[in-house]
Each structure stands twice: as structure tokens, then as C-alpha cells.
Design a binder for this molecule. Structure first.
Ligand code: PMP
Length: 279
């Protein structure tokens, strides 16, 4: 497997991460997951914008100018002959003697690799079960940082309960999923949490909102409650790797009819058109 280590394409076995890398010790870094369809990165510009923003928000310099990062990631796709899958890209503040404060001297470390994977068509068709969980994460969920323990614990709670996603809430207000954005449909209107500091500004969320607008579906980017979630006609989640997946059960109770809803289906079809997949 050929990976990207800083600006070098090397074999995975050759990569060497320092024990004092700040990503390893503090989660001091940022990352992106970029979908690749037919060998082409999807929403490449949006992902790079978000990577730049995340880095800026943690006061970290990215190692290369944007054009160079872009080129390196395209070379990574090429080197792995990746057709359908995704790129994982992370940049840490680099290695330095362990101290919480920023080191005066450290070079950011970029690692990226390609993963082949198919669209989760079964989940898209049949939906998933979700549980609700208190959102115990920090207050800068808009930064795509390497600190993912809150998400890890929530997702594991879902798996332990035989579900596929945890829908998070702060004092009864739904924020997002452990690794997805959450939407509900109520009386034909689409609701999702506003893109503020409490959620990741999902690229798939933004694409979905644009598609909804095009389809003439009324949208409200407003917070909604656990009760709204429980009484919703439809619930779905979005992410780069999952696209749009219906949630058919929340905490063991069916959502609406217990089947993926019509608005969700319409948006899934619009999404497939957008990525150029024929069904
Ligand atoms: N929220 C969280 C917490 C996530 O981790 C992710 C994806 N990793 C998302 C939302 C979805 O974002 P995107 O559509 O950009 O993948």
C-alpha cells in the first residue's frame, strides 16, 4: 500500500511516526475524509477549505500550499489506482518534547492513505437503527480535530445496543451523530442543527441542503429536540462515506412507519444524480 508521508509517496511499512508526535500524544491535529468516485475526489475544494479552516482554528500551519496538497492527494489516488473509496488525510502539529503548550519548533506531519470501499447501498436502502446519547464532547465540534473520544464512546454505546449510530443531544437538543449529521422531516419540512460550534459542518450536510432547495423541500436550519426526533416522520443521517442513510428506529422505537420515508428517498436519488451514479 502506497501512502503519503509528508510530500513523499512511500510504502506503508516505511512510514515512521515519532512517539512524541503531538497527534499521537494530544490529538493535536486535524483530519479529513474525502470520498472518491470513479477515481475523482468528490467535493475536493470543500474538503480542502474545511481542512484549512480546522488548521487555522487550532493555530496550526499546514505544511504545504493548497495546490501542492491537492496535487499530492491526486498522486495518492493515482498511485493506488483508487476508483471507489476514500482518502484519509491527517496533519498533526508534529514531534516535540512533551509539553501541552505549542512547541517553539516543530514541523507539521501529514499522513494520508487511500481506502477502497463501496457505497453502503444496503444501509441506504434499508436504513439503520440509532440510539440517543448525551453529547459529552467539547464545545468546538466545528473543528475536525483528531480528538474523537466523545465520538468513539458514543459509537461504541450504539454498537453495544445493537444499533449503527448514536444520535447526540445536549440537554435534550439534538446536535448530530457520532460521525454523521442528523436530519428530521416533519410535516414535509427538513430540519437540521445550524452549522455552529456544536456540530461538524458536514460536506454531505451542505450538499443535502442544496439538493433539498433544488427539490423544493422547505428547510429549517434550526435546533430540534429529542421529542421532535421521536415524533419525526422521517430521520436520516449524512456523511462522506455513508451519503444519505435513513434511520428507521430510534432507541428501539420505529421512526414514522418504520420504513425509509419519501423525502429521504427523493434526496437519495438527487444525491445519486449529483455524484453521477445511475440506479
Ligand atoms: N459530524 C461528525 C461528528 C463527523 O465526524 C462527520 C464525518 N466524519 C460528519 C458529521 C459528516 O461530515 P461529512 O459529511 O463532511 O463527512
Amino acid at each position: 500500500m502506497t501512502i503519503l508521508f509528508n510530500d513523499q509517496l512511500i510504502s506503508r511499512d516505511e512510514a515512521r511516526v515519532d512517539v512524541e508526535d503531538r497527534g499521537y500524544q494530544f490529538g493535536d491535529g486535524v483530519y479529513e475524509v474525502i470520498r472518491v468516485y470513479g477515481g475523482h475526489p468528490f467535493c475536493f475544494g470543500e474538503h480542502l477549505d474545511r481542512l484549512e479552516r480546522s488548521a487555522r482554528e487550532i493555530r496550526m500551519q499546514l505544511p504545504y500550499p493548497r495546490e501542492k496538497t491537492e496535487l499530492l492527494l491526486l498522486q495518492l489516488i493515482e498511485a493506488n489506482q483508487l476508483k471507489d473509496g476514500y482518502l484519509y488525510v491527517q496533519i498533526t502539529r508534529g514531534a516535540a518534547p512533551r509539553d501541552h503548550a505549542f512547541p517553539s519548533k516543530s514541523e507539521p506531519v501529514l499522513t494520508a492513505y487511500a481506502v477502497e470501499s463501496q457505497r453502503p447501498t444496503d444501509l441506504m436502502k434499508n436504513g439503520i437503527r440509532a440510539i440517543t446519547q448525551e453529547d459529552i464532547r467539547w464545545l468546538r465540534c466545528d473543528i475536525k480535530s483528531l480528538n474523537l473520544l466523545g465520538a468513539v464512546l458514543a459509537k461504541q454505546a450504539a454498537v453495544d445496543a445493537g444499533a449503527q449510530e448514536a444520535i447526540l443531544h445536549r440537554n435534550g437538543t439534538v446536535t448530530e451523530g457520532s460521525a454523521t449529521n442528523v436530519f428530521i422531516v416533519k410535516d414535509g419540512t427538513l430540519w437540521t442543527h445550524p452549522a455552529n460550534h456544536l456540530i461538524l459542518h458536514g460536506i454531505t450536510r451542505a450538499v443535502t441542503l442544496k439538493l433539498a432547495e433544488k427539490e423544493g423541500i422547505p428547510v429549517r436550519e434550526e435546533a430540534f429536540s429529542l421529542e421532535d426526533l421521536r415524533s419525526a416522520d422521517e430521520v436520516f443521517i449524512t456523511s462522506t462515506t455513508k451519503e444519505i442513510v435513513p434511520v428507521v428506529e430510534v432507541d428501539g422505537v420505529p421512526v414514522g412507519t418504520g420504513q425509509p420515508g419519501l423525502v429521504t428517498r427523493k434526496l437519495q436519488q438527487a444525491f445519486e444524480q449529483r455524484i453521477g451514479v445511475t440506479v
